[in-house]
Design a protein around this ligand. Structure first.
Ligand SMILES: [Zn+2]
Length: 280
């Protein structure tokens, strides 16, 4: 075996090549950059940052497929395209749909996380994933992958908190989280300015207006979750900063790690408890 202690590593913060036994990173000053707590699989991250977006999409698809498999005999197959291949209400409830019914009546607080990964039909998930695939790369580029993950997760939670406070009884979908990316990009465009910032601000601002108008015209759209998501995304963008102002640091990585851990724990609980309910 080679002596690993003398090898070099990438600083977990600035990703420059340094010696593993360095006490401080000579480039960014991070203490003990070689420590296992600071330099691990998570802080090193995916080499290809698109993987973060793909991971979110895969989790959404997996939850959707599972919501259908959980109660396959009640899957919607009506001519209404919005209800096509829709999981049953029972299935969605047990996998963690949120709103005043699950939260206030059944004390299922964790559903403000799980609802972000549930969808009511093939058109619903398709539209949301197309929007995510358009917006997430912009947010990832300007904020970095870790801040994008945190904005997406926390924005979705705040969106569903707002809709709960507003009294929406039962709701699901990734759009609250997607709206938080919209809010963050709008703030970025406005704050950065210039031709590029202005263009982003106008383009994504038009998305926000479109969503708002769509929500007023089409019944059953959770405007509170959308509005809450956009607002939360903008506030998170201000609080966390974007790449041109402040590069991503270990705090951003830690925050994103907590977001991912909480999301995975909640989704695992949702799946296990839904299976248990079905078997009992
Ligand atoms: Zn460094």
């Amino acid at each position: 075996m080679m002596n690993q202690r003398r090898s070099s590593i990438l600083c977990p913060n600035c990703r420059k090549l340094i010696s593993v036994d360095e006490e401080r990173c000579p480039y960014c000053g991070t203490r003990n950059p070689g420590s296992r707590w600071k330099n691990n699989l998570w802080t090193r991250g995916f080499r290809n940052t698109d993987q973060y977006i793909k991971a979110i999409i895969y989790v959404n698809i997996a939850m959707y497929v599972f919501s259908i498999l959980l109660d396959p005999l009640s899957v919607g197959h009506s001519a209404n395209p919005l209800a096509f291949l829709s999981p049953s209400n029972k299935s969605l409830f047990f996998l963690g749909a949120t709103g005043t019914i699950p939260v206030a009546r059944f004390h299922r607080w964790w559903t403000i996380v799980s609802a972000n990964y549930l969808h009511g039909g093939i058109i619903h998930i398709l539209f949301n994933m197309i929007a995510l695939k358009q917006l997430a790369p912009v947010a990832l580029n300007e904020y970095g992958a870790y801040r994008m993950v945190s904005i997406y997760t926390l924005g979705g939670i705040v969106g569903y908190l707002m809709s709960y406070v507003a009294g929406v009884p039962l709701t699901i979908g990734a759009s609250a989280a997607i709206c938080s990316l919209i809010g963050a990009i709008i703030y970025y465009g406005k704050s950065r300015g210039g031709a590029y910032g202005q263009a982003l601000y106008r383009q994504v601002g038009a998305w926000a207006i479109g969503i708002f108008v769509f929500g007023l015209l089409v019944p059953g759209i959770n405007n509170w979750a959308h509005g809450g998501g956009i607002l939360a995304g903008a506030v998170l963008g201000i609080a966390l900063g974007y790449q041109e102002k402040r590069r991503e640091n270990l705090f951003h990585k830690l925050l994103a790690g907590i977001c991912v851990a909480v999301t995975l724990a909640v989704l695992c609980w949702a799946v296990v408890s839904a299976i248990a309910y079905r078997l009992l």
